[in-house]
Design a protein around this ligand. Structure first.
Ligand code: DQA
Length: 146
């Protein structure tokens, strides 16, 4: 089983970016932890981080036929990007939307997600741990256990 973990704009700054909201764990820390979990689960992982909407669309299109599932934190594009939502629908790969913060407890403009209605699940508010929960959840679902 192959999973892709996609991260959008400003998530490369995790660790130092507004730590009171996003915590002090870096994206590299998240990546290493997910590799440990992936080994435990016996799956393959690919990671992408980009600050560009079109690059996220390209990355999603490139997953067609190669990934069984996607974990995506599209950052601010989550709230606005029909292009990313369309790309996810086009490749028809199950995805889990992740946010470190609880977007529903934040400013009104963050309480809507353009991606959520097509997602297998949405996880927000667990900080960096949310990625691990999402990975375990989607693998269980894909293996028909969840
Ligand atoms: C975020 C929430 C978004 O509103 C914000 O723009 C981000 C990070 C999160 O992980 O909590 O960049 O996706």
């Amino acid at each position: 089983m192959k999973l892709a973990v996609l991260n959008g704009p400003n998530l490369n700054l995790l660790g130092t970016r507004e730590p009171e909201i996003y915590g002090t764990t870096t994206l590299a820390d998240i990546e290493s932890r997910l590799h440990v979990v992936a080994r435990e689960l016996g799956i393959e992982l690919a990671f992408v981080q980009t600050n560009h909407e079109g690059a996220l669309v390209d990355a999603i299109q490139g997953l067609r036929g190669t990934a069984d599932g996607v974990i995506i934190n599209a950052g601010a594009y989550s709230h606005t990007s029909l292009a990313i939502r369309d790309a996810l629908s086009a490749v028809a790969i199950p995805y889990v939307e992740v946010h470190l913060s609880n977007i529903f407890a934040r400013e009104p403009e963050r309480r809507h997600s353009a991606l959520a209605s097509g997602a297998t699940a949405v996880l927000c508010g667990f900080g960096a741990y949310g990625y691990e929960l999402a990975l375990r959840g989607i693998v269980a679902r894909l293996a028909n256990r969840g």
